[in-house]
Structure formats: C-alpha cells, structure tokens
Design a protein around this ligand. Structure first.
Ligand SMILES: CC(=O)N[C@H]1[C@@H](OP(=O)(O)O)O[C@H](CO)[C@@H](O)[C@@H]1O
Length: 386
C-alpha cells in the first residue's frame, strides 16, 4: 500500500482489492499456457499458521482459481498463531505442521503468522518428510529466470543474496551449476533487500523462506520495451513472461502469497513436480541450536556473521571443531530478536551436524558466559523441543 502511494499508483492501486487483482492477473497470464493446467498438480495445501495469510488468501483465492486451487489449513478458526504450525515451526523442526493432512508426494506449503515467509514440503512414498526451504526457492527462481533472460538477449545482471544460514549445497548449486554470483549478508531481510538492489535483478531469500526478487527500474523499463518491440515471437514471449513475473513479485518486501504464486507459476510452466524441484540439489544435513548467555553482546561477528571476533578464543575453538568433520561449517551469532546466541552447523551426515552443533554450543557456553543448563547432545527425542 505504502509503495503504491509513494509511486502515485504506478506500482498498483493502493487497496487490498488492487493487490489481489494485480497479483492474480499476472499469475493467470503467466500460467495460461502451462501444459499441465487442469490436472491435480494445480491443487496446493496451505498451512496459514492461524495468521493473517488465512484471512487474505480466503478472499483472494477466487481471483486466481482458474490457475490454482488452494486448500487452507490452520486458518485461524481454531488453534493459536504459529503454535505447532507455520513456516518457522516446519523449518526448525523439519516436520509437518499439525492440522494438515498430507498424502504422499502431495505439494504443501506453510506461511508464517504474518505471511512474509513460505516453505514447501512433502512426504515421499516411504513416508519420509522433505523440506523445500527458502534456499531452494531462490534456486528455482534463478533457474527459471535464466532462460527468458538469455532469450531476450539483453545482458541484465542477475545476483542472488543469501545469509550464512543458506545451506552450503544451495550456494554451490547457484555458483557452480547456475553460474550466478552469490552474495552473503547479515541476517535480517533489510540487509538482503539492500544488497539485492545493486543488481538489475536481485533474488534474495533467507533459508527460512523470507524473501522476494527485485527488478531495477531500468530493467523493468527495458523488459517492458522489449515485450512491445521484439519482432521474433519467441523472444517477445520471453519478454512478456518477464513482464508478468515483475508484477507477480512483491517489490516492497518478502510476501508469502506473492512468493507462493510465483513458485506455482514456475512449477506449472516448467512442468515440475515438487520432488523434481527438490532434486535440484541435496541439502547438507544441518542443525540450529540456541544457547543462553548472560549477555549475548559479548559475541561480536564479522564477515556477514560467519566469524566471531569476540570473545577471544571462540572462533579458534570453532575452527578446531569444524576440522573434525567432512563438508563441515559452523558459526555463531547473537540473535537480533531473542535473548539467545544462535549456533548453526552443517556436515556430511545428520549425526555429524548434530554433534558439531552440540560441541560449538558447549564452546559458546564456556567462552561466552553461558547461563542455566549446559547444552546437551542433540538426540531425536529432544528434537521436538529445539
Ligand atoms: C536464523 C533465523 O531464522 N533468524 C531469523 C530471526 O532473526 P534472529 O536475529 O536470528 O533472531 O528473525 C528474523 C525476523 O523475522 C529473520 O529475518 C531471521 O532470519
């Protein structure tokens, strides 16, 4: 709304109805030619975390129903906000939310309570849960954008912005397979948003599913002009598709509804199932833990929060622990939203990621003034409390 007003309506009509219409029109336009429209791939189960997303999506779903049918769960009629459901719960517990019925291989997604994050997931035929998080959303979008950008032949710069929480496999996939430049900023979307503004097209997502894609004014104008002027049919179509993609992405902030429609459009256009999307790369097993300390500001970091500069000896201890494992990485940082220190570790197996995270937590507890119970080794039974 603010963006619409500040651009005197150029970005869109500053009403809820204007928002519904802008996004739905772009979505329906984009998916018109998708070959699998009409089949059951066009149904999506959405866990709304008993939050605002439920109210808005319930009103909005009729606008895009010819392209996608959404089934709402945790819609606020009972249950508490974000309690045992929502994107944060699903991401941190790596399990489905309560209140949603999942059949095997069915595509599901969760918003968080204020509907600015989204993650996807499914159960495979063996009943195993698979999370498709913000890193994979960034990978899908970058993969999708490369083709029409190449087609229109204009050298618009594309960059991806992540944080230290991005899975190492996602960074490798983007750099080595997609050949797109990847940048790392501090945690918090304001940092990612700012960095993404440096590109013609800046894709930014936190691993937790918070993000969007920004198009510079120059890129937008160029694409609009090409959509009108290009002679060759294939090229003009590519420019037209990009024009709709610009309208579908919320340029003001990460927005779960907008991101959901973008993802659904891409899956439909590319004829991809959620399993095929998930198979773009395999996540490295990882673990996030929290440590209570008397004053979390005793930890200060550098290098986009990947290195601790204070307290003395902590980074050296982390380096030694990381060396014990394969494909390993770990970092610690004070949370900006909770009175805790966050620990992240990844390694070649879940067991190793868990023990590295535990060992790093102990180092934090000992060197950064831990309080309360000493960190305990991670085990499956404790998993539900993490
Ligand atoms: C590891 C993690 O998920 N951190 C979250 C969390 O920040 P912390 O500073 O880690 O508490 O909340 C932020 C606001 O929602 C979000 O942007 C960020 O990604």
């Amino acid at each position: 709304m603010v963006y619409c007003r500040n651009t005197s309506g150029q970005y869109g009509k500053a009403t809820v109805e204007g928002y519904y219409q802008k996004l739905s029109t772009a979505f329906v336009e984009l998916t018109k030619q998708a070959f699998c429209s009409g089949d059951d791939q066009r149904t999506l189960k959405v866990d709304c975390a008993n939050g605002i997303g439920a109210l808005k999506l319930r009103e909005m779903k009729h606008y895009f129903s010819q392209g996608l049918s959404v089934q709402l769960f945790n819609d606020g009629t009972k249950g508490k906000l974000n309690h045992l459901c929502g994107a944060d719960f699903v991401k941190s517990h790596q399990k489905p939310p309560q209140g949603i019925e999942m059949k095997s291989n069915e595509r599901c997604c969760s918003f968080d309570g204020d509907a600015d994050r989204i993650v996807y997931y499914y159960h495979d035929a063996d009943g195993q849960f698979h999370l498709v998080d913000g890193d994979k959303i960034a990978a899908l979008i970058s993969n999708f954008l490369k083709e029409p950008l190449l087609e229109i032949g204009d050298s618009l710069s594309l960059g991806v912005v992540q944080t230290a929480y991005a899975n190492g496999s996602s960074t490798r996939y983007l750099e080595e397979v997609m050949k797109v430049p990847v940048y790392c900023t501090k945690t918090g979307v304001k940092h990612l948003h700012h960095k993404a503004q440096e590109f013609d097209i800046g894709v930014y997502f936190e691993a937790n599913g918070h993000g969007t894609v920004l198009f510079s004014k120059a890129a937008e104008m160029k694409i609009k002009q090409l959509a009108k002027e290009l002679e060759e049919d294939k090229k003009r179509k590519a420019a037209k598709m990009l024009e709709n993609v610009i309208d579908l992405f919320n340029q003001a902030t990460g927005d779960a509804i907008s991101d959901m429609l973008v993802i659904e459009a891409i899956l439909a256009l590319k004829g991809l199932t959620v399993q095929q999307w998930d198979a773009l790369y395999t996540d490295l097993p990882n673990r996030q833990l929290k440590v209570k300390v008397a004053d979390r500001q005793v930890i200060s970091t550098t290098d986009a929060e990947r290195q601790a500069v204070k307290p003395p000896g902590l980074q050296e201890a982390i380096n030694e622990l990381v060396k014990k494992y394969r494909l390993s990485r770990a970092f610690v940082r004070p949370s900006g939203t909770e009175d805790i220190v966050r620990v992240y570790a990844e390694a070649d197996s879940q067991e190793n990621a868990d023990s590295l995270a535990y060992e790093v937590s102990l180092a934090v507890f000992q060197l950064a003034g831990g309080i309360g119970e000493r960190p305990q080794p991670v085990n499956i039974t404790r998993n539900s409390e993490l």
